[in-house]
Design a protein around this ligand. Structure first.
Ligand SMILES: C=CC1=C(C)c2cc3[nH]c(cc4nc(cc5[nH]c(cc1n2)c(C)c5CCC(=O)O)C(CCC(=O)O)=C4C)c(C)c3C=C
Ligand SMILES: [Fe+2]
Ligand SMILES: [Fe+2]
Length: 345
């Protein structure tokens, strides 16, 4: 990996994994949300609703003995990648909570890193996620070369990692219900304005924000990942007609977000005569609130009210195949969507 990590006469390169970030305790919710929205204050009822959801997945009034799942698994993935690459530290920076991207880039600077290979732990490229990570890295990395991986949605090993988690639960669901159970792949929804050409579309955008000149690649990339997982599953008897796709977790603070929603898709699956559904989110690489609450609690309740049993594929978390996928992205073996090498002024 000497081309992407480690030291040479021309300087020291290191990998920076970028992730969303999550609060460590319930009282930090309002501050966390203001980071997520780029400074826009959320109504108190939204703060309380999110505290309620996070409490249901184990977040407490004081920091727990273990970090929250998103932090824990992100750090685990970084350690695993560091171990496999064997070429120095793999750094982690979060956009919305500690360790913040700016603090991590400052640490990299202190460690004499002169070239950063930045990879988002969000494989599908959207202005509302990857675009914001990119902005945060470039703001912090003055004078440091940054090679920014903008998307790796079609990585074969990523699809393999998801398929490895999907097939056992799909087999279990089919065996238990005595019939073929459809799979509902999901990715996080984005505001409708994000996918429209010529609209200011960055999360937290204020009036006057320059218009974007191209549609967001995100919805297409999310469905490509799902298609690739479905293709992998053909080896275990999975058919093209066995899967659906929906966008989950439309924003809590209003405005139109893209669908189809999970709720509408579950109704359609029920109307097709199915008795159950297996959900697999293909945009998230580890457990966090949108899996542990939105799917495991809220969608399971919706499915149950419709008379559907809901199974969920285990998240990738400490998947070795995921780490292999990251190695391919970092090494360039998988041709990810990479921005030119950037040297922020
Ligand atoms: C592709 C887009 C997005 C991904 C992927 C994504 C992942 C993600 N989000 C959270 C937690 C929250 N996100 C919130 C708002 C929010 N999320 C996106 C997009 C993606 N999020 C947008 C465009 C917005 C709206 C931002 C705004 O300015 O209003 C929030 C706030 C509450 C809400 O609106 O739902 C939270 C909390 C996690 C944990 C996560 C994956 C790791
Ligand atoms: Fe989000
Ligand atoms: Fe969300």
């Amino acid at each position: 990996m000497s081309d992407t990590t480690g030291s040479s006469e021309t300087g020291k390169s290191a990998v920076l994994l970028l992730a969303h970030g999550t609060p460590d305790m319930l009282g930090e919710m309002a501050e966390y949300l203001s980071k997520v929205t780029g400074g826009r204050a959320m109504p108190q009822e939204v703060v309380e609703e999110l505290q309620h959801r996070y409490a249901q997945i184990g977040l407490q009034e004081a920091p727990g003995l273990e970090p929250p799942p998103l932090t824990k698994w992100t750090m685990t993935q970084a350690h695993m990648l560091e171990h496999v690459l064997g070429a120095g530290k793999v750094y982690v920076g979060m956009r919305n909570w500690h360790p913040y991207i700016a603090d991590t880039v400052a640490e990299m600077r202190r460690d004499s890193v002169t070239r950063i290979k930045a990879v988002c732990l969000a494989p599908q490229n959207s202005r509302t996620s990857v675009g914001l990570y990119r902005k945060a890295v470039l703001a912090a990395a003055t004078g440091i070369e940054v090679e920014f991986v903008a998307g790796w949605a079609e990585s074969p090993l990523l699809a393999e990692a998801f398929a490895e988690k999907l097939w056992p639960v799909w087999a279990e669901a089919c065996a238990e219900s005595g019939q073929r159970v459809p799979v509902l792949f999901t990715a996080h929804s984005v505001p409708c304005r994000t996918i429209m050409t010529g609209e200011a579309s960055v999360a937290g955008a204020r009036p006057g924000t320059p218009a974007q000149d191209s549609p967001d690649p995100y919805p297409v990339e999310a469905k490509r990942t799902a298609q690739m997982v479905a293709d992998r599953m053909a080896a275990v008897g999975f058919h093209e007609k066995d899967w659906y796709f929906a966008f989950q977790s439309q924003g809590i603070s209003g405005g139109p977000w893209i669908g189809p929603t999970v709720e509408d898709t579950l109704k359609a699956i029920k109307a097709e005569g199915h008795v159950g559904v297996v959900m697999q989110p293909v945009g998230f690489l580890c457990d966090h609130v949108e899996i542990l609450y939105d799917i495991d609690i809220a969608f399971r309740q919706t499915a149950s009210e419709l008379g559907l049993k809901l199974w969920r594929a285990e998240s990738l978390n400490d998947s070795e195949v995921l780490v292999e996928a990251l190695v391919d992205v970092v090494s360039g073996k998988y041709k990810a969507t990479v921005d030119e090498v950037l040297v922020p002024a």
